[in-house]
Design a binder for this molecule. Structure first.
Ligand code: UDX
Ligand code: UDX
Ligand code: ADP
Length: 466
């Protein structure tokens, strides 16, 4: 079966870039990305490519080349479903904030709504592809909704988890380590799997396209994220020990990373991992394990989250302790708000929790982030409901200029590893600050020797005896 028409429901951080790359690499396929959020679709269609709702290096060029040729963004969900032979579901699956599994399980209401809409609209057979990260066995739930439409349309459900990381979405999509496709082992299932394999074969070498059963595919996504997050929590656990013993966490990371069994990636100690996936997927994994009575398995993975929360708390505690046990009325500058560099996404960013802790100590915070807009910063804080909206705006101020953000400040905290922070004029920043001038480097990116020579008191996560 040759696919000519693809629809993707959900024009977010995953759906948008993924479909843009499919459209670029498969000019013979019409790709329509739909979303119920009209403002988001309007932004995807904006002539000014700097207005795209997702900032990813290189994405603007890809959208520019394919948009209105074979890549379309629309709010007409029914029409796109009706026309497509293959429908990707790429809607958000946040952690449940109510009811059973609150704070742990994934909220599948958006997925279910999509499935019901597909069931209602479809007049011809469809292949439905799960792109969102989902709890194991979600495919069977989708299938039971789709199979009970009574209109004799045949559906095949595939799991095709996305492994792209934000900030490197375009290179990750163009050059994936692997593409994973899970499907039924029946003849119809195999046919559907092959149809999706053919789409990817337009640019991904066949040896890198893995096919498995649906459940292996679903569970592999959760496992990959759990392992990656676990590495960050493991090195962060060592960072605290390094600070006590005089070891340097970057030296330790280098030494262990050269062991080919361990590998060098994902060993950068930080103020804590963030992003839309790690915490959500691990909580989900913990919930699933518990639901099968596997309490030891659940407890094992839950430690990864506990360690991450501790790392954020420890970072803000250290700022307060170092600033003579009080930050009340003091200006503290945040360089970075995004959960990592090269993205405007702030979901679960460590900066949010660190700011919340310091605001509770009555600090005044100035934030500068190269890509995150002020409204987003306030929305992230307001969402916590720790204090009123007015109070958040009174205590925290978002600056458009990093030097203004640092002016008259008692301390600078580096929360995101943006490259440009390294090249700032640190001499001038030092001159403009209150003395002693402190830098708390939560990402270990600045040059300790240079900063200390200028006069800063420099603290890096994972080094120095306190
Ligand atoms: C280990 C370290 O690998 C080595 O670098 C250090 O110097 C000493 O400790 P060793 O204990 O000799 O070496 O063997 P290793 O290959 O690491 O295996 C340790 C245990 O883990 C074995 O029981 C092995 O069966 C088990 N293992 C290893 C697994 O169960 N699964 C694996 O994937 C790898
Ligand atoms: C992650 C997975 O990498 C990706 O495969 C999956 O599809 C979605 O989740 P993402 O959350 O976009 O991607 O970014 P990632 O690069 O994994 O970083 C996650 C968090 O871990 C960030 O806050 C990052 O700063 C932090 N991190 C990562 C570290 O603190 N140290 C590291 O060494 C690596
Ligand atoms: P992700 O990081 O997984 O891509 P996002 O939140 O960035 O998550 O994107 C998910 C998108 O899915 C949002 O733009 C949201 O409006 C959209 N969405 C959610 N439910 C539906 C639905 N039933 N129909 C169409 N779009 C939906």
């Amino acid at each position: 079966m040759k696919i000519k028409n693809i629809c993707c429901i959900g024009a977010g951080y995953v759906g948008g870039p993924t479909m843009a790359v499919i459209a670029q690499k498969c000019p013979h396929i019409k790709v329509t990305v739909v979303d119920i959020n009209e403002a988001r679709i309007a932004a995807w269609n904006d002539k000014d490519l700097s207005k795209l709702p997702v900032f990813e290096p290189g994405l603007d060029d890809i959208v520019k080349g394919a948009r209105d040729r074979n890549l379309f963004f629309s709010t007409d969900v029914d029409k796109a479903i009706d026309e497509a032979e293959m429908i990707f579901i790429s809607v958000n699956t946040p952690t449940k904030t109510y009811g059973k599994g609150k704070g742990m399980a994934a909220d599948l209401k958006y997925i279910e709504l999509c499935a019901r809409q597909i069931a209602r609209v479809s007049k011809t057979d469809k292949i439905v592809v799960e792109k969102s990260t989902l709890p194991v066995r979600t495919a069977s739930a989708i299938k039971s909704i789709l199979d009970n439409t009574g209109n004799h349309v045949q559906f095949q459900i595939l799991s095709n988890p996305e492994f792209l990381a934000e900030g490197t979405a375009v290179p990750d999509l163009l050059n994936p380590d692997r593409v994973l496709i899970g499907g039924d082992t029946t003849p119809e299932g195999t046919k559907a799997v092959n149809a999706l394999v053919e789409v990817y074969e337009n640019w991904v070498p066949k040896a890198q396209i893995l096919t498995t059963n649906v459940w292996s595919s679903e569970l592999s996504k959760l496992t990959a994220n759990a392992f990656l997050a676990q590495r960050v929590s493991s090195i962060n656990a060592m960072s605290e020990l390094c600070e006590k013993t005089g070891a340097d966490v970057d030296e330790v990371a280098k030494a262990i990373g050269m062991d080919s069994r361990i590998g060098s990636k994902f060993l950068k100690a930080s103020v804590g991992f963030g992003g839309s996936c790690f915490q959500k997927d691990i909580l989900n994994l913990v919930y699933i394990a518990k639901s099968y009575g596997l309490n030891k398995v659940a407890d094992y993975w839950e430690q990864v989250i506990i360690m991450n929360d501790h790392q954020k708390q420890r970072f803000s505690d250290n700022i307060v302790n170092t600033l003579y046990n009080t930050v009340s009325g003091k200006k503290i500058t945040f360089l970075g708000w995004a959960f990592k560099k090269d993205t405007n996404d702030t979901r679960e960013s460590a900066a949010i929790k660190v700011a919340d802790n310091l605001l509770s100590e009555q600090a005044n915070i100035s934030v500068f982030d190269p890509k995150v807009v002020g409204e987003r910063v306030y929305a992230d804080l307001d969402y916590l409901k720790t204090r009123t909206t007015e109070e958040n705006r009174r205590l925290l101020n978002v600056c458009k200029d990093p030097y203004q953000a640092c002016n008259e400040s008692h301390a600078i905290a580096v929360l995101t590893e943006w490259d440009e922070f390294v090249d700032y004029d640190w001499e001038n920043i030092y001159k403009s600050m209150k003395k002693p001038a402190f830098v708390f480097d939560g990402r270990g990116i600045l040059n300790q020797k240079t900063l200390e020579k200028i006069g800063f008191v420099y603290y890096k996560i994972g080094s120095g005896i306190d």
